[in-house]
Ligand binder design. Structure first.
Ligand SMILES: N[C@H](CCC[C@H](N)C(=O)O)C(=O)O
Length: 291
């Protein structure tokens, strides 16, 4: 099976294009763990399938490194958009992609230096009520800087869904937080029935913030596009940043520009790059591990 490995700010995915591979979509979920596992597969933060859609121009499915299916993936969307445009599946620079978290609109543009494409994605509207995150509690209430005690430690969290769930914690220094310790504890807390992505945020000034993530199903990654959107929403909800202004989000893998617009849509602009193309043989040992 042919694949393309791409990344958005270091958050990297193995992409299988089912528009040109005659692959059975439903049989591929177990492959996510195998291709993500460096010891056995190609090594990545997860796997993405490009599929046909009944309601949009294309459809994207995203699987985390542990094989769980995510409902959205901001960095993955930019990679898929660039791939579809570069490989002429998309005839125009703007098109729509269906995800489990909803349909998003993407637009490709060469960046100012005309060196590499940057991709702008309309990530749609953030969901703020507990029932939509989803998380335990009164389903129509929001979680803004609420204190929760998890495994004996208190965390002040603001929770946002960008089609996938994010718990945001404001800190003085994102690098001074043992995210590899608290991430899995919060991710698997009974507060979140579908688990949660955990992000720590430091507001640098009124136009910039730093963000680090422990991703649901993948652990620490270099960047998280939906998480960066959730971080900007949480900062505005906590009146740490003004709504509607562009915010530069600094992640370990690079920067994203995020804007929460006047129509309640979140816009994300950033790069998407190729890493390699290749072919994976579904031989006996591999097929044994994916059936
Ligand atoms: N781990 C996430 C999916 C990947 C999201 C992230 N890579 C992004 O760029 O948004 C989840 O299970 O919700």
């Amino acid at each position: 099976m042919l694949f393309t490995k791409m990344h958005g700010l270091g958050n990297n995915y193995i992409i299988f294009n089912l528009l040109e591979n005659s692959l059975e979509e439903q049989n591929l979920q177990p492959l996510a763990k195998v291709v993500s596992d460096v010891n056995f597969g190609i090594g990545s933060d997860g796997m993405i399938l490009i599929c046909s859609s009944e309601i949009a121009d294309f459809r994207m499915r995203i699987f985390n490194a542990d094989g769980s299916e995510g409902k959205n993936c901001g960095n993955g969307l930019r990679c898929v958009a660039k791939y579809l445009y570069d490989h002429m599946f998309a005839e125009t620079e703007s098109f729509s992609i269906e995800t489990l978290g909803g349909v998003v609109k993407v637009s490709i543009r060469s960046d100012r230096k005309n060196v590499a494409h940057s991709v702008t994605v309309d990530m749609g509207e953030p969901k703020l009520i507990k029932g939509m995150i989803p998380m335990k509690g009164e389903p129509f209430s929001t979680t803004i800087n609420e204190t929760f005690s998890i495994s004996g430690k208190e965390y002040q969290m603001t929770c946002v869904s960008m089609g996938n769930p994010h718990a945001i914690i404001f800190v003085d220094d994102v690098d001074d937080v043992p995210l590899e310790k608290i991430g899995p504890i919060i991710e698997r807390s009974e507060l979140f029935p579908e688990r949660v992505n955990v992000g720590v945020v430091h507001i640098k000034n009124n136009e910039e913030l730093h963000y680090r993530v422990w991703e649901r199903g993948s652990g620490i990654t270099m960047a998280c596009g939906t998480g960066a959107c959730a971080a900007v929403v949480a900062a505005a909800l906590n009146k740490k940043l003004k709504k509607h202004q562009p915010v530069r989000v600094h992640l370990p893998g690079g920067d994203l520009e995020i804007r929460w617009d006047e129509n309640n849509h979140i816009w994300k602009t950033g790069a998407a790059e190729y890493i390699c193309h290749g072919e994976i043989q579904i031989n006996d040992s591999l097929s044994r591990s994916i059936v």
